[in-house]
Design a protein around this ligand. Structure first.
Ligand code: URP
Ligand code: ZN
Ligand code: ZN
Ligand code: ZN
Length: 476
């Protein structure tokens, strides 16, 4: 009998720490050995000329979520199919609490949507929109104990926004149960003021979405969230940071010794506010509407500074797809009447790794090990999946992406697997592309062909984040 079920042979193994020429031996879905030469495998895959990296972990994706009157273009089946096609093996979408709803029931709903419908492994973050005393005192601690160990809260969006007191209460609850809080930092009142002023002036095209939420509303909210976190003594993850101003708030907090972490996304190194003009201030600009909005090329430089300098721990997609040709999608009648009604969000789970690799590694801005940290390892560590996911070493799940660092591709809608009918990155030329995805030892994608099944993915009950421990020590 062979020592291994599968040997990945002759590749260059890249982790967050090392780059070495090595073979990877897999048994029962787990990595059994990483060594110079492994011979005894029931199956052998030749990886010469390829990088062998931990499968991507995308800790910020939205799947099967309702959004106002709009219907999201990806449920679990198409969303996770797109994820594995892009070299990912784990996603962490959100279970969203509509106000007034019991959170446990909400989580059950999302399990029903995901079970038997997932090509890759998945966990859930909880979105808290209604922090009642019962929710904070009983429901949340019980859910955290069951492996839902992170929450997201919003400082904007009418149906989600929490006021300062509610933010403080959620932060305090998280401190008590050891959960990690993710915060969407954009100030609700300032945006509402801007939206109303722009609409009064007849400025309703998608482009004005960006004008209505300038960087300073993100900076102000980031500062407020950081201050509240300092008061409570709780760590925070500030998600989807778009540019210099919010990035500098996070860096300032980090330099003061606070446990404030940062996430950024492809749209903030690859899109600009001008994309929202469409062809000539037409509705096609709605394809780029997301929040925070894309900024400008100077902001891209700031984001790279934060990626290189360790301000950001994670690079996620914030995949949040809506169809363009859908009367309830990007181009609804209401959306045409004002940017205010264009659903926020863009697809990106499949293009996250190629965009960061191409602009980062191929163009010399970051190294291979930083790429792995930003796309996989740090997500596993941050969200309680380490040391099961996020590296290549004995004992880890055999979740791998085989990557051709020299493959040139042009991102086009017709090569992608998501449920959206466009990609905001249409025509973007990249160098570096995933050629194979391995999930717990099984090849689930090869050369764009999907070989896995919607039953391949498993729910991940996550541990507490080691990053969520307060500065003052355990809160218990
Ligand atoms: O525009 C975006 N990002 N929509 C998704 C929801 C969120 O805020 O992450
Ligand atoms: Zn958000
Ligand atoms: Zn999001
Ligand atoms: Zn978002």
């Amino acid at each position: 009998m062979a020592d291994f079920d599968l040997i990945i042979k002759g590749g260059t193994v890249v982790t967050a720490a090392d780059t070495v020429r090595a073979d990877v031996g897999i048994r029962d879905g787990i990595i059994g050995a990483v060594a110079d030469r492994l011979e005894s495998g029931a199956k052998v895959i030749d990886a010469s000329g390829l990088l062998v990296m931990p499968g991507g972990i995308d800790s910020h994706v939205h799947l099967a979520q309702p959004s106002g009157e709009s219907v999201m273009a990806d449920g679990f089946e198409s969303g996770t199919r797109s994820a594995i096609a892009g070299g990912n093996t784990t996603v962490i979408p959100f279970a969203v609490q509509p106000r007034g709803k019991n959170l446990r029931a909400v989580v059950q709903d999302y399990h029903t949507k995901a079970e038997g419908q997932s090509y890759c492994d998945y966990g859930f973050h909880l979105i808290i929109s209604d922090p009642t005393p019962t929710l904070l005192g009983q429901e949340l601690p019980a859910l955290v104990a069951d492996g839902y160990t992170s929450f997201k809260v919003f400082m904007t969006y009418a149906d989600m926004v929490l006021d300062d007191r509610q933010l403080l209460d959620v932060f305090d609850c998280a401190r008590g149960c050891g959960a990690l809080v993710m915060v969407h930092c954009e100030g609700y009142d300032a945006i509402k003021f801007m939206v109303e002023r722009l609409e009064r002036a007849g400025k309703t095209a998608p482009y004005y979405h960006g004008v209505s939420r300038p960087e300073l509303v993100e900076r102000e909210a980031a500062h407020r969230a950081i201050s509240h976190a300092e008061l409570v003594d709780v760590p925070l993850m500030i998600v989807h940071v778009s540019g210099r101003q919010a990035m500098e708030q996070i860096r300032w907090a980090q330099q003061r010794g606070l446990k404030i972490y940062g996430e950024t996304c492809p749209q903030y190194i690859a899109l600009t506010a001008d994309d929202m003009k469409g062809l000539n201030m037409d509705e096609t600009g709605g394809k780029y509407v997301c929040s925070p909005p894309p900024r400008d090329e100077a902001s891209w430089d700031a984001i790279w500074e934060g990626l290189r300098g360790g301000v950001f721990q994670t690079f996620s997609s914030d995949h949040c797809p809506f169809r363009y040709d859908d009367p309830k999608g990007k181009l609804s009648a209401k959306g045409r009447s004002s940017f205010r009604w264009v659903p926020n969000g863009i697809p990106g789970v499949e293009t996250r790794l190629p965009i960061l690799f191409s602009k980062g590694v191929s163009e010399g801005r970051i190294g291979l090990n930083e790429f792995v940290a930003l796309t996989s390892t740090n997500h596993a560590k941050m969200y309680g999946l380490y040391p099961r996911k996020g590296s290549i070493a004995p004992g880890f799940d055999a979740d791998l992406v085989l990557w051709d660092p020299n493959r040139k591709e042009t991102i086009r809608q017709d090569i992608l697997h998501h449920g959206a009918d466009y990609t905001p990155y249409e025509g973007l030329a990249v160098r570096g592309w995933p050629v194979m995805t391995v999930l717990r030892g099984d090849v689930v994608m090869e050369e764009g062909r999907i070989l896995g099944a919607p039953t391949s993915g498993k729910f991940l009950r996550r541990g507490l984040s080691p990053y969520a421990v307060p500065t003052g020590g355990s809160a218990a």
